[in-house]
Design a protein around this ligand. Structure first.
Ligand SMILES: Cc1cc2nc3c(=O)[nH]c(=O)nc-3n(C[C@H](O)[C@H](O)[C@H](O)COP(=O)(O)O)c2cc1C
Length: 131
């Protein structure tokens, strides 16, 4: 059963094994482009029917950790294309887990040290009212 193929209207998977997203922090933080090491990491695991990528920040300000490969510009997209090409060539299927780190994001990790946007979370930072 685990090794049987799976198909629905959108997906055809070689088997029913899925790899959970795991942040590996192996990119260069300055450009956050997926590199050869990351291509190799996912290629080696492509025998899983479905790979969910590590959390992938969708903007500079979405970053919560050092060295996470990202996806907000063309260079990064081209880097991920090398990853998915390698996974597809090895018979695997892969989804990106897109990510905004919210309050985990830190000014030290983003360009110009701008404060991360925390939006609606701000309310929950207020002190409770005194009775
Ligand atoms: C090194 C490491 C990195 C992880 N990175 C992510 C991540 O980027 N995104 C995510 O949703 N979960 C992440 N996780 C959580 C795993 O996906 C989770 O451990 C896995 O789904 C198994 O679930 P369990 O720990 O509840 O058994 C990470 C776990 C580990 C050990």
């Amino acid at each position: 059963m685990l090794f049987d193929p799976y198909a629905n209207s959108a997906l055809r998977l070689a088997n029913r094994i899925a790899m959970a997203p795991m942040t590996r922090c192996r990119a260069d933080h300055r450009d956050a482009v997926p590199n050869d090491l990351i291509v190799e990491y996912y290629r080696q695991r492509a025998s899983a029917g479905l790979i969910i990528s590590e959390g992938v920040p969708v903007s500079d300000r979405a970053r919560g950790y050092l060295n996470t490969p990202a996806l907000w510009n063309e260079d990064q997209a081209a880097g991920w294309k090398k990853v998915t090409d390698a996974v597809h060539a090895a018979g695997g299927t892969m989804f990106a887990q897109i990510w905004h780190c919210g309050r985990v994001a830190h000014a030290a990790l983003v360009e110009f040290a701008s404060q991360p946007r925390i939006g609606l979370h701000r309310r929950s930072n207020r002190r409770p009212r005194k009775p």
